[in-house]
Design a binder for this molecule. Structure first.
Ligand code: SF4
Ligand code: SF4
Length: 445
């Protein structure tokens, strides 16, 4: 296959980033780079889906990597994993050595899987503020995305998703399910919830979202479902209203600046200083806008809010609001400002990284620190609800109608030619029962 055929095949298979925002992979593959980093440094507490996807789909993983290397012209390939998963390096060493790939083992800290952190650790290059790995001649892809590239080249579109189901469930597990499977089916496979009033943290306790709806579907980017009781500290933090976190932050921030001192992006040299953004709670107009610029490069990792702040304030959400203000007013740092403010990483950076064990203790997660072994299931959900809008770009436009019979792997939605986005495929065989702007429901045969 030539490069154009690879890009077309990866697009047609609906491959998007499986570990983040769902950026279409064919678009990333268009770039010529010198270094590919396979990101298996899963750093969200409790999740084990990257580890298990490499174990279960090792052949597709190496095939995907070789295709990506050839397409991008990369001379170097590095597989990044966490210290706790070091055994994977031994397990994959022969294939890696044969292909000339290297391993990078990162300590069990958070946020090790941030691509800015990984690129710096592996190459010594700092991605420019607001930039992409591409700007320093690298591409970073989640290991499951790479597996999906390997499968796409062999003719299999993206119909299934690896995820970990853990937290307050009887039998935590990692598995692979048809996309569109409802949370309630995943929870049943994990033995059910052990709490009466569950809340679901979706894709991570640090950066993930919150759901209380067991009928929500697994998407191409769902990394896990973490069940917590609704009165858990993290649920209360994540569901606090803007009015609440703004009012408390306004009254209680003493400007100790610990949020800045522990901010992973600040200690990596970026002009992000959340304690200065907290000051904007006291400001209006021009002064507020200028102060908000210190939020521009926040990656929303939540270290400042959940770990650093001794008052349990919420600088992360204040930064999110400040970034919205900047976008609304089309404001940003000038190149001259960036030249002055973008620095080399802090010399004490490694001493300020947050060990995962600290996260567990501080966030009340120790009771849920269980293994979630891979459990192959004969998944036959009665109904799936396949999302059309979980990739970056234009949402999928349905190609089927209510009542149509579909088979697993069939293309059921696509984006307009020339638009960013990917097709969507049926994950089970059955009949289309409902179509909305965001989903196609299929009842299986
Ligand atoms: S969430 Fe907080 S710690 Fe994380 S990048 Fe933003 S300001 Fe820094
Ligand atoms: S750590 Fe908390 S109290 Fe200290 S400056 Fe940051 S938000 Fe304010």
């Amino acid at each position: 296959m030539n490069n154009q055929e690879v890009l077309r095949t990866v697009r047609e298979a609906g491959v998007v980033g499986a570990g983040g925002a769902g950026f279409p992979t064919y678009k990333k593959l268009e770039a010529q780079v010198s270094h590919i980093i396979a990101n298996g440094a899963e750093c969200e507490p409790l999740l084990q889906k990257d580890r298990e996807s490499m174990r279960q789909d090792r052949e597709a993983f190496f095939h995907g990597l070789s295709v990506m290397q050839e397409t991008s012209g990369a001379r170097q390939v590095t597989i990044a994993i966490k210290r706790k998963n070091e055994d994977l390096a031994d397990w994959m060493r022969s294939e890696a050595q044969e292909a000339g790939y290297e391993f990078f083992i990162y300590e069990d800290v958070y946020p090790a899987g941030d691509e800015y952190v990984l690129v710096y650790e592996i190459t010594g290059r700092q991605i420019p503020p607001g930039g992409l790995p591409l700007h320093v001649d690298c591409v970073v892809d989640n290991v499951e995305t790479i597996i999906n590239v390997g499968k796409a080249i062999r003719g299999t579109p993206v119909t299934h998703k690896y995820l970990t189901v853990t937290g307050a469930v009887r039998e935590p597990l990692t598995t692979v399910v048809p996309i569109g499977t409802r949370f309630e089916d995943c929870l049943r496979a994990a033995g059910g919830c052990t709490v009466d009033d569950p809340t679901y943290l979706v894709s991570g306790v640090m950066m993930g979202g919150v759901s209380r709806d067991a009928c929500d579907p697994v998407t191409k980017t769902t990394a896990g479902i973490i069940v917590l009781p609704s009165d858990h500290y993290l649920v209360r933090r994540k569901t606090a209203s803007r009015e609440t976190y703004t009012r408390i932050g306004h009254g209680q921030c003493d400007q100790c600046s610990l949020c800045t001192e522990l901010c992973p992006r600040y200690i990596l040299g970026y002009p992000i200083e959340p304690h200065r953004v907290m000051r904007t709670l006291l400001m209006t107009g021009e002064a507020k806008a200028r102060g908000s610029l210190w939020a521009q490069y926040c990656c929303e990792c939540n270290i400042c809010s959940y770990i650093a702040c001794p008052e349990s304030l919420d600088p992360k959400n204040i930064c999110v609001d400040a970034k919205a203000l900047l976008r609304q007013n089309q404001l940003g740092r000038t190149p001259a400002e960036l030249e002055q403010l973008f620095r080399p990483p802090h010399p004490a950076r490694h001493g300020r990284e947050v060990p995962i064990k600290t996260l567990y203790r501080r966030l009340g997660l120790d009771p849920y620190d269980h293994k979630a072994p891979f459990a192959p299931r004969d998944w036959e959900p009665r109904e799936v609800s396949i999302p059309l809008n979980t990739h970056v770009g234009q949402p999928g436009r349905p190609l089927v109608s209510v009542g149509d019979a579909v088979t697993a792997g069939m293309k059921i939605a696509d984006v307009d030619p020339g638009k960013l986005g990917c097709p969507v495929h049926a994950s089970v065989s059955g009949r289309v029962t409902a179509i909305s702007a965001t989903r196609i429901d299929i009842t299986s045969n």
